[in-house]
Design a protein around this ligand. Sequence first.
Ligand SMILES: Cc1ncc(COP(=O)(O)O)c(C=O)c1O
Length: 388
Amino acid sequence: MKLSPLMRVEPSATVMMNTLALEKKAKGERVFNLAAGEPMVETHPLVIEAAERAMREGKTHYPPVTGIPELRKAAAEWMNSTYDTAYEPRNSIVTCGGKFGIFALCHALLEPGDEVMIPAPYWVSYPGIVRLFSGIPRAIATSESNNWKIAVSDLESLYTPQTKILIMNNASNPTGVLYQKNELAEILSWAQSKNLVIISDEVYSGLVYDNQRYVSCGSFPEFANQTIVIQSCSKHFAMTGWRVGFVFGQPDIIKTLSMLQGQSTTGTSSISQWAALAAIQNAHTIIPSVRAAMQERRDVAARALEKLFGFKPSVPSSSLYLFMSLVRLGMQEKTSEQAALELLEKANIATVPGKAFGQEGYLRFSFGDIPQELEAAIHALAACANMP
Ligand SMILES: Cc1ncc(COP(=O)(O)O)c(C=O)c1O
């Protein structure tokens, strides 16, 4: 079968490592899965009850393509009260996870040869999605010594007349970097001066630690025409499997996404949407409890690394990952792929190589698992590091 050349996109590295880990598990081996990007916490009982109720009440038919009105309204109000935005229900659409929101936006916006600026290290899926719609991803390099942040000068040097979109991922996967209000204002102002669309992926906004404040790109009224925000129930409500995400933006782009969903997914599972409504109605209790659990796990992982490796890892301000240099792990002779495969082979630890995020020389460790598993995994890591 002759496939479209656009299908020459590499499969997601996180999914690949996760699959290798699951294969080992299926053979009966004990595997530490630090590759998966999710909080290993049960979905809240109120959310489960809402899903059960929806099924019993016959809410099992095709949903409205843009999402059930109750959820669109609640999601817009939640954004406004939590992140100081000014969305109405018509500014929102429910998507099959945040990922489909980004996919549909790239479909809607990109023409062949359009360039998309992506700060690196980046979430593994951005370049692949851009390429699927004939766009050209342009990575903006950052460094650990600069806290993995981009500045306007970096954007300026990469900008060309073909640049159409800037993808911001605040809070970030894999680095956990968190931008301050003044930094975002500068970046958004520059993007507006170039007439760029900003896709602000904010799916980790609820997993921000140490009482730091989260600033949404959607909270700047002066940039509202250019800015599209991606949200999701996956991470801060621990609902990855329910596949509920949101796009917030101007009504014209929401209408276009609605047309695309009408010709593709037909919308998100109605049962998941009623469950998501319960999650958002109880956001004030659910998000802090998931956040507290993740902050504790981050600290457990950092303490175990310090004890066994003798260095204090820099802890991320947000998200679910320790993005660690191979030098720190004594594996600097290897590429990140070799290091990840070796850890899986020798120590049964699944991680994701930095190369997949556009950053060689690093590995991503997820701290979403329960503390006992994290400690056991880091013991196995230390034993492996000391092997000849
Ligand atoms: C940065 C980032 N954006 C978006 C997503 C997509 O999340 P979902 O489709 O589950 O909402 C993920 C998932 O790992 C992510 O890490």
